[in-house]
Design a protein around this ligand. Structure first.
Ligand SMILES: [Zn+2]
Length: 382
């Protein structure tokens, strides 16, 4: 029962601040939201001298400057430019309202062990280790500075294991793009800024939860590590970090813009063919509610696999869809999220520990939050 309440609660949080508009998967990168973590009464991690909120603001402003100096066609939006407290849900809202193409949240880490050091970049998803979960819990704990956090986040409690597990089940629909940006950032940290590379990781971050575009959360380094703290406090260190993220942004933009350009050309080519072949296609009115389904994705491969492959033994109703050139395998085709979650649990017990829920509208993959919003809309308007 308790679990049900939490599920329901977190789902309704989904709907808060949700906007129907989302970034175009094949869109150009024209708008970036830079989110310096913490601020005001929330200092974030604290080193022997440094406060996370100050360091991440300096890095963020510098990153924004690099982008503005180098790209006339990119608008930079900050969630804060001064030492002020901004609620976590508000940060995502700023990105959504502005229909940003990319969201970059910048943070610094701290650990009880003062030997931990290095940089890591997170995307929204299921944590594979306790350590990753701890980072998310620590960052999510910012909401404890918000006066009505239990209400705002519908009972989400950063210290409840159950809250965190349910919450991290949802992956951003832009997972592939987010992972791409994250690994570009880590490459730059390692190869150009000479940082210790702790890798690309996944965990459930409240700030990434509701965004409707690709997004990453950068942990630039550890303030609990004496040498790294000095580096992060230094002008040189801050500009290294900012320019590493900038170079990753530049690479991502070049890639993404090339894809967008190609997509645009394909659409134009198709539109011309369409005009020639069929001038009067009837308009199909679809019942939105019945067209929405939840499935559980359990495997991704680069080459197509027969559905009776031994690896998929014991699974029924397998189907696949192709996405970004990969084959993605799912089971289930449920009308409610709750039913999909049950299947996901079964899959976890069968050893498919990475299985997660994906939503489809007319067989096209959409964000689970979007699916829930559409279902809800349908119920409310008879
Ligand atoms: Zn932080």
């Amino acid at each position: 029962m308790k679990r049900k309440i939490i599920i329901f609660g977190i789902l309704s949080f989904f709907l808060l601040g949700m906007l129907p508009a989302r970034a175009d998967k094949y869109g150009f990168v024209r708008k970036v939201v830079i989110d310096p973590g913490h601020g005001g009464k929330d200092p974030g991690a604290i080193g022997s001298k440094a406060k996370e909120k100050d360091i991440v603001l300096a890095i963020s402003l510098q990153l924004g400057d690099y982008i503005k100096q180098n790209f006339d066609d990119v608008e930079v939006i900050y969630t804060r430019t001064t030492d002020e407290f901004i609620e976590l849900h508000r940060r995502a809202q700023i990105a959504n309202e502005n229909k940003a193409d990319l969201f970059i949240s910048i943070h610094c880490n701290a650990s009880r062990s003062n030997s931990a050091y290095g940089s890591e970049t997170f995307v929204m998803g299921l944590h594979r280790s306790q350590q990753n979960l701890e980072v998310a819990k620590k960052e999510n704990a910012s909401i404890l500075y918000e006066s009505d956090y239990l209400e705002t986040y519908d009972g989400y409690d950063p210290n409840s294991p159950e809250s965190n597990i349910i919450f991290s089940m949802f992956q951003n629909i832009y997972l592939d793009q987010s992972l791409r940006v994250a690994s570009l950032v880590q490459n730059q940290f390692r190869d150009r800024a000479g940082r210790h590379d702790r890798g690309v990781k996944q965990a459930g971050f409240l700030v990434l939860y509701n965004i409707t575009m690709p997004g990453i959360l950068v942990e630039a380094g550890f303030l609990s590590h004496a040498q790294e703290e000095r580096y992060l406090m230094s002008e040189r260190g801050q500009s290294h970090i900012a320019s590493a993220i900038f170079r990753a942004f530049r690479e991502y933009k070049q890639m993404q813009d090339a894809i967008a350009q190609q997509h645009l050309e394909n659409i134009n080519a198709r539109a011309i063919t369409h005009q020639v072949n069929d001038a009067s296609e009837p308009t199909v009115v679809l019942n939105e509610e019945s067209s929405i389904h939840f499935r559980v994705q359990f495997a991704t491969t680069t080459v197509e696999k027969p559905l009776n492959t031994p690896e998929f033994k014991g699974l029924h109703g397998i189907r696949f869809y192709i996405h970004d050139g990969n084959y993605k395998y799912t089971v289930g085709n449920e009308k409610t999220l709750e039913d999909a979650v049950k299947i996901q649990k079964d899959l976890h017990e069968m050893g498919f520990s990475d299985a997660f829920v994906v939503a489809f509208k007319n067989d096209e993959r959409i964000a689970p939050a979007e699916a829930i919003r559409l279902l809800n809309q349908n119920i409310q308007t008879p």
